[in-house]
Design a protein around this ligand. Sequence first.
Ligand code: C2O
Ligand code: CU
Length: 458
Amino acid sequence: MHPTIKMTITKLTTNMKTKNYELVASEFSWSISANKTIKAWGFNEMVPGPTLEAEKGDRIVVKVTNNLQEPTVIHWHGIQLAAGMDGTDSVQTPIAPGESFEYNFIVPDAGTFWYHSHQNEAVQMERGMYGALVVKDKDDVLTDGERVLMIDDMKLTSKNEFKQGNFISKWVERHDGREGSTLLINGLENNEIRMRAGQTERWRIINSSSARYFRLFLDGTPFKIISTDGGLIERPVEATDILLVPGERVDILVGPFAEGETFSIDSLPYNRMTFLKSRRNTFASVSVDKAAPSAFQIPKTMRAIAPLASQDATPNRNINFSVGASLKNGIDFLVNGETHASDKPVRIGELQIWEVSNTSLMDHPFHLHGFFFQVLEVNGKAPEFISWKDTVNLPPRSKVKIAWIPGNRPGSWMYHCHILEHHEAGMMGHFDVVGQDSSTANSHNGHHHQHHHLGAHG
Ligand code: C2O
Ligand code: CU
């Protein structure tokens, strides 16, 4: 190896720690409220699974053991890792019942991420196979406390079972995605959050539901958006509501409040053009206890984000999401006219300008695995602020233009709709990230580096 490269690696890894975790997937009883117990599937007998924490640059080693009756595979949503660690059935054999698999990767970015099953998701995730992965950084905003809030909803029978129901409700679920009336934050119904007066907290909010569009609203209390899928934004943005589509994350600053104040965490109606009609729902309540000192401090500029391209950049790829009638399935969810489409490869380091169009009459959350992108425009309009994203909503009959650069992580990757029923129905595209010359030579190199790195510091 070239001496300069060696030096850089040593320098990068001196402060690197290895965080070891163990996740055991199983079925267990979980009480979502005083008299509602479900047969959940999840990790370490918790819904959500344990929050994994690390610092930017750390290595995470997670041993996942599958004690379910069916195979599973775990995806690390938002982590820019090597293709082989992405946790999908395109890059690994799913973990059979009784088997284990060790995931091993570096977390190069600070932010709010999550892990979830990437196998039979419409069943496994619906039952609780998800958890948060929080990556911190020494330059993070200094708040008086942090919380992870994982949003979910479950559709349960009167006996608290996960049944799919009759032919019609099955068809509606395939079309709309599964939404249920059991509303959960961190696996609990009517969760009660207590804050201290005078303090400002950072809430890391993750939409882990199958299909629900969660439009966060705190009874009209303004909050500040500070971070999106790919970490901090440049400056805090004040808002009273924000839409979080399945898979998306947002971090907000809330407070300070006065002692005795109460408010609820609601989701406002959002019409995503489905059969189910959206309404305002309460997910949890917040009450403010007596005051505590505050150390909250926020810089004017939290981070600089250089634009990858201008709004009018010419797309070098067009991708189309559509819904079509099908003789076999009644309805098909398509990418470029196909289910499980295979798309052209992208080259490492080559700027990608993708125009993703949605010609269907309903919304779809577009998710790209393993890389962050910037949204250049939605229907010709630039977003309100620049940010790094891995999930973005495609409104009905829309065109969304994104920019991203494939990093040096060759292999097999994918993008898909994060409404789990649509994903399962095939609304996804597979593509390879390849080297400048040829794909195979480079992916071998990539693996070699990975192992060398491991050997030197593991
Ligand atoms: Cu969070 Cu392939 O998804
Ligand atoms: Cu969809």
